[in-house]
Design a protein around this ligand. Structure first.
Ligand SMILES: Cc1ncc(COP(=O)(O)O)c(C=O)c1O
Length: 394
């Protein structure tokens, strides 16, 4: 048996199920599920015709890297979105079956677990804390030690790179960035990415930038890692990979389609791993995905809905609208007690923030004392959620 798996805790939604076990939601209120980040907006209009037209593709094995139509659509989107001068779809782009699998698998392609034999220390995989839990699972199973960058009100919810000692950088193999951040809504600015790139050159590590919420923002359109790399005059996006997804921007979480793009050397390495693990996107779904990356009208419509939802929520609940993502990250006295009370009293499912964080060496979990709610059902549901959360008594 693989002992590294023993270091993984139960996934947040399993923990939530256990927390709610034996308790009932208030039967007098319709249930609101703000737990998962699953956009429940209408399907974009192009989905059904694109699927219908390419149904025959289900009779063929798709290639793991993704067909050229999809990879070209992705490359064009990246170029348009970030003003990139060139992205080569053949060497710098891969299809992902949703970014979750890709964010997990990438650590297995880029981290050398045998580094420990040479240095006596495990390589570090650095990540924000709280985080999308996949980074943590990836680090453990790839034989690395997670290095957690606390994101709290003191850091403005930024993972503070200045806090990292040189000896930690020296053993760092990979850094995950998440901007806009799930769960805090923090957005990395260009200077942040530039600082990280300089550190990557100095200490020889790779950067994986999870930009799944790039099209969901309150005021300023978020920058991306590849954009900053190119603006700095770096050649070929060296050391950089970005991942992005149709799940959030196009409200297509069930399509399971995303992109991986960046440094051709890293793409080649990852392709080799993927040729064995085989996360191929079915051909008809690749056509839907290509259509989704080629259309911004539906993305703008969804952005308007996400913004209306944020506004509706904060008008009632009070507080500051996050810079990015459709999550609200609210301070509460005791996150588990609050989530359970919200379920029992108000028939609302939200996630305790501690389930999205991990205890650091000092036993501090920066997710503790927060809850995360996803505004994924439109403005009316967001307003109702705010009204109900205000009434929760712990
Ligand atoms: C930060 C972040 N990254 C990646 C993902 C994965 O999304 P998908 O696998 O649907 O592309 C999610 C999903 O919730 C997420 O919140």
């Amino acid at each position: 048996m693989q002992p590294r798996l023993d270091r993984l805790g139960a996934y947040p939604f399993e923990r939530l199920k256990a927390l709610f076990s034996g308790f009932q939601p208030n039967p007098e209120l319709a249930h609101i599920d703000a737990g998962a980040g699953e956009p429940r907006l209408p399907l974009p209009a192009f989905v059904a015709p694109a699927l219908q037209q390419h149904l025959a593709g289900f009779s063929k094995y798709p290639s793991t890297v993704g067909g050229m139509e999809l990879r070209s659509a992705i490359a064009s989107w990246l170029s348009r979105r970030y003003g990139l001068s060139s992205v080569n779809p053949a060497t710098q782009v891969l299809s992902a079956n949703g970014t979750r699998e890709a964010l997990f698998a990438i650590a297995h392609a880029l981290v050398n677990p045998d580094a420990e034999k040479q240095t006596g220390r495990k390589p570090y995989v650095m990540m924000p804390n709280p985080m999308y839990q996949i980074y943590l699972g990836a680090a453990y199973t790839a034989g690395a030690e997670p290095y957690l960058l606390a994101c709290n009100s003191e850091t403005g919810f930024a993972p503070n790179l200045d806090s990292v000692p040189d000896e930690v950088w020296a053993d760092t193999a990979l850094v995950y960035v998440c901007s806009p951040s799930n769960p805090t809504g923090w957005i990395a600015d260009e200077a942040y990415y530039a600082g990280l790139l300089a550190l990557a050159d100095l200490h020889d590590f790779y950067i994986v930038s999870d930009e799944c919420y790039s099209e969901i923002y309150w005021a300023d359109k978020p920058s991306g890692l590849l954009q900053v790399a190119e603006n700095l005059g770096r050649k070929g996006f060296s050391r950089c990979l970005v991942m992005n997804s149709l799940s959030k921007r196009s409200a297509l979480p069930g399509l399971r389609s995303g992109l991986i793009a960046g440094d051709a050397e890293l793409i080649k390495r990852f392709t080799k791993l993927r040729s064995y693990t085989g996360p191929a996107t079915p051909l008809p779904l690749q056509h839907v995905a290509a259509a989704a990356w080629s259309d911004e009208t539906h993305v703008e419509q969804y952005l308007a809905v996400y913004r209306q939802s944020l506004e509706a929520f904060f008008d009632i609940y009070g507080g500051e609208i996050p810079a990015g993502s459709f999550f609200v990250w609210l301070p509460v006295s005791n996150d588990e007690a609050f989530a359970l009370a919200a379920y029992q009293q108000q028939s609302v499912t939200i996630l305790p923030g501690s389930y999205l964080g991990s205890e650091d060496a000092n036993g501090i979990n920066p997710g503790s004392g927060y809850i995360r709610a996803a505004l994924v059902d439109g403005p009316d549901a967001a307003a109702e959620l705010a009204r109900r959360l205000k009434q929760v008594r712990v």
